[in-house]
Design a protein. Structure first.
Ligand SMILES: [Zn+2]
Length: 335
């Protein structure tokens, strides 16, 4: 079964991950932890490489050296909520958070309803309250995002697959063609009636003024291109079919790998390449089927990224990059 064929339940699960993003860092979904491809691998008894071949367990230092020697230079990164929590992205389910109180006034039946099309057409206001919060500008990228930017600057980033909808990867300066925003983006929007596509910026004024945006051509309701329940993942997601087999190192940062189809991408790379997990906990194949070329850096995500940056001797470059980007913000050149 190809990764590209999503059943409705898989789409729902994928969508649940979007919700998981919003409620990070806690786990809220009882999603299945094992991907189909990994299960099949187990049945046929052919793991990824493995110690049976006498391979030494790979270390983070080894991975750093492989990249320094340009033996690995086509990095694919999978990222999740864990890279954005240090930026203060809010949990809209948490009583006490400003966003939660803002949503309460709408009397929504349950928080997930704001990502349901039927509810959106009934009452789009709760969704646009969230949109107002997450529209580019309210939050700043953190060290993890700039690390990914540095990978791109160094020509090492083949593609970044993110589950986040906060747009912080773009704000950090990673070009859209290097990005797959698996659960959509506020950067573009589509008319729900005539399907015309618009830059998200066109409706920024409306959203900020608590006005529901409407299509200038047909007056239909405008919806930012965030993936709702039952909707297809963006076309760009299918780039994985080429990207993952081409990757020569995979980084998985700040995601619990709980939800398909995103999670099974971790098994879509060639079995011989190093996989590095930087995350609070051991997750996905790193937990249930660790291989000799898997490296896990557990704990705080930013600390994990810093550790790798140090091994690469990129500390100064990171500081310079962050300083440059922060100055841009003050001079208003980043928007
Ligand atoms: Zn329209």
């Amino acid at each position: 079964k190809s990764l590209g064929c999503f059943s409705p339940s898989e789409q729902l699960e994928s969508f649940c991950h979007l919700l998981h993003f919003l409620s990070a860092p806690r786990r809220i979904q009882g999603a299945r932890p094992i991907s189909l491809s990994a299960a099949a691998t187990g049945i046929f008894g052919m793991g990824r490489g493995g110690d049976d071949n006498g391979n030494q367990k790979l270390t983070l230092q080894d991975v750093a050296e492989l990249i320094q020697k340009k033996e690995c230079h086509r990095m694919v990164v999978m990222a999740g909520a864990g890279i954005s929590t240090p930026s203060g992205i809010p949990d809209f389910r948490s009583p006490g958070s400003g966003l939660y109180s803002n949503l309460q006034q709408y009397d929504i039946p349950y928080p997930e309803a704001i990502f349901e099309l039927a509810y959106f057409f009934h009452n789009p206001k709760p969704f646009f309250t969230l949109a107002k919060e997450l529209y580019p500008g309210n939050y700043r990228p953190n060290y993890s995002h700039y690390f990914l930017r540095l990978l791109h600057d160094k020509g090492l980033l083949l593609r970044l697959y993110t589950q986040n909808i906060d747009g912080l990867e773009r704000i950090a300066g990673i070009p859209p063609d290097k990005l797959v925003e698996a659960h959509g983006t506020f950067a573009t929007a589509t008319c729900t009636v005539c399907r015309r596509s618009y830059p998200g910026e066109d409706f920024r004024g409306d959203v900020m003024a608590d006005k529901i945006p409407h299509c200038p051509v047909c007056t239909g309701l405008i919806k930012p291109d965030i993936v709702f329940f039952g909707e297809q993942l963006p076309q760009r997601f299918f780039l994985h079919v080429a990207d993952f087999p081409m990757a020569d190192v995979l980084f998985i940062i700040g995601t619990s790998l709980e939800v398909q189809p995103f999670a099974s991408l971790a098994d879509a790379v060639r079995s011989s390449i190093p996989r590095v997990l930087i995350n609070r906990d051991l997750v996905g194949p790193f937990a249930y089927q660790p291989q000799y070329n898997d490296v896990a850096l557990l704990g705080d995500v930013v600390s994990g990224v810093e550790k790798f940056v140090e091994l690469m001797a990129w500390k100064e470059e990171m500081q310079e990059l962050i300083q440059r980007e922060t100055e841009k913000k003050y001079f208003g050149a980043n928007r």
